[in-house]
Design a protein around this ligand. Sequence first.
Ligand code: BDP
Length: 616
Amino acid sequence: MTMRPQETATRDRRPLDGIWDFALDPDGRGRTDRWFAGRLPGARDMAVPASYNDLVPDRAVREHVGEAWYQRTVRVPRGWAGERIVLHLESATHRATVWVGETEVVSHEGGYTPFEVDVTVHVRPGETVRVTVVVDNTLTFRSIPPGVVEDTEDGRRQTYWHDFVNYAGLHRSVWLHSTPRDHLTDITVVPGLDGTTGTIDWLVEASSQATETVAVILRDADGRVVAEDDAEAGPGGAAGTLTVPDVHRWAPGNGYLYDLEVRLIDGEEVLDSYHQSVGVRTVEVRGTELLINGEPFYFRGFGMHEDHDVIGKGHSDAHLVHDTELLHWIGANSLRTSHYPYSQDVLEHADRHGLVVIDEVAAVGQNMGLGGGIFGAQGYTTFSPETINDESREVHARAIRELVHRDKNHPSVVLWSIANEPESDTEAAEAYFRPLFALTRELDATRPVGFVNVMLAPHGTCRVSQFADVLMLNRHYGSYVHTGELAAAERAWTEELQAWATDRKPIIITEYGADTLAGLHSDPAEPWSEEYQVEYLEMNHRVLDSIDAVIGEHVWNFADFATKAGVMRVGGNKKGAFTRDRRPKAAAHALRERWRAARDRDAGPDDDHRTDRPAR
Ligand code: BDP
C-alpha cells in the first residue's frame, strides 16, 4: 500500500516523467536476454505519461500484445543521503516488473492503481541509476479486466469484452521520492457532522512505534489552525477525533477543503510530516435517497473515459482542467470513473471543485452474454473453473482493496462501483459477487456500495442487485433496442424502471446514450444524427423524471472515445455529448439547458457554483 509522494518538511520527490527509452518485446525475449542489464535493444523514444499505442504510426505498436519495455537513468539527489528512497509508479497498465540497475525490485498486477518499492539499498545519493520497467498489456481470465489471448496464423491476438481500446503503458507519473527512515505509512480520515460541528476521526500508521507520538494539525483554507490533537503510536497506529465548531462543509458545488498536517514525533523531533486534504461531509443512503450532508443529492453528469487523441489513457493536467471546465459549462455535478480507477489528479481535482464521484474498479467485460459483434467473440461461460473463477475473484478483491485504500480519503467519492455490466442473472454471479460486496463494506463502512447492472439482467432476473445499496442501471432504450423508435422505447423503458422502483432503493441511471456522428443532421430525426441524440435524451428525461426513486442521470458518454474496430463503431464510440476533441454536439447544448436550470434551482446561498467559474 502506498501514500502519494509529496514534498513536505521531511519529504522530497523527483518526477521521472519525460522521454524514456522504449522497446516492444513481441517475442517475449527481454527477461531471458536481460534487457534490464543495459540499454534496451532498438530503443526508441517514448513519452511518459502516455499510452504508447498511438505515439507511433505503426500497427505493430498500436496492436502489440505482450511486454513492452521502458528505461531511463535518474540521478538520485545528493541531499537524500540517509533518507529512505522509494520508486513510486502511479500506474503501469496492466502489470509491470521493475529493475533498478540489474536488481529486480517489484512486480505489480493491475493497471490503474499505484505501487512502490523501497530502493534505498540499490541506489547512492548523488549518483545515477538505471530504471527499467516492463509493462504487459495481456488480458486473461485472471486479470481485471478479463480477456483471452490466442495464437493465430497472424500472431498473438487479444480478445476482450469491453468497449474501449486496451491502451497500455506508463499512464501516470513515475516518481523517485524520499521519506525519513522512520516514516508515516498510512492516514485515514473519516469526517462526520453534528449540526454545525464537524468531526474528523483520524487514524495514522507509522513504520515503527518505538517512542513515537503522532500529532495532527487541522488548518482551514486560509491557513488558520482550527483544531489539533495527538496520540501515542501503538501497534494499531495512533487515532483520535478532531472537532471543528462552525465547520465549513464540503458539498457538491462547494469543494471546501481543510489541510490536515500529520506529524510523526519523537520527543522534540519531527521525524516525518505529510499533508492530507480533508472535506467534511457525510454520505448516507436512506430509503430511495442518497444524502450528502443530510440533503438528497441528484447526480447529473457522465460516465467518462480517460481517453484523448495521441496520449490515449495518459494523464494530462491540461485535459483535466479542460474537461472540468466543460463539466461546469454543461452544469454537471458528478461523474463516474467508468470503467477503472482514474488518475489521483482527477480525484484531487474533483475534491477541490465539489464534483461528486462514483469510483469504479476495472472489472468490466465480465459478461460473455454481451458480444454479438459489439465487443467481440463470445463462446465462453462467464463464471466457471476455466474462465472467471475463484482466483480471478482474488485478483478482483485485490483491485477493490487497492482502490479503497487509494481513494478512501476523497470527499468527492460517495459510492463504490465494484463492476460494470457483469453477468448478474446467474447463481454463479451471485456466488462470485457476494463476498466482494462484503469485502468492500468491510474496507469502508462509510460509503454505499453498488455495481452497474446490464440491460441483459432486467428487474426480476438480476441476482446481484440484492447486495447493492444503490441500483445503477445502464440502459440504451432507443439506441441498442427500439433503435429509431422512441415511442416504443419510452414505453418499454418506463415499464422496466417502474419495476426497479419497487425495490425501494435509490436508482442512478449510469448510462443512457445514442451514437451520434457530429455534423450529421436529419429531420425527422434519424439515429446517428445530432437531432436524434437530442430527442433520445428528451425521451429518457421524461422517463427518469416520472420515477421518484431515480436519483441520478449519467449520460453515456461525456465525449466520443476510441474503441477497437467493429461493425458498430465508426472511428470509435460516438455516444459523446462532446466529440473526442471536446467540441459540443447539439446534445451538449440541450443537456446544458436542463442541467444548468436544475443547478440554479438547487443552489444554496453559499454555493460557489452560481458563478460562471468552476467552484473551488
Ligand atoms: C455499455 C458499456 C459501455 C459501452 C456502452 C456502449 O458499459 O462501456 O461503451 O455500453 O455500447 O455496455 O456504448
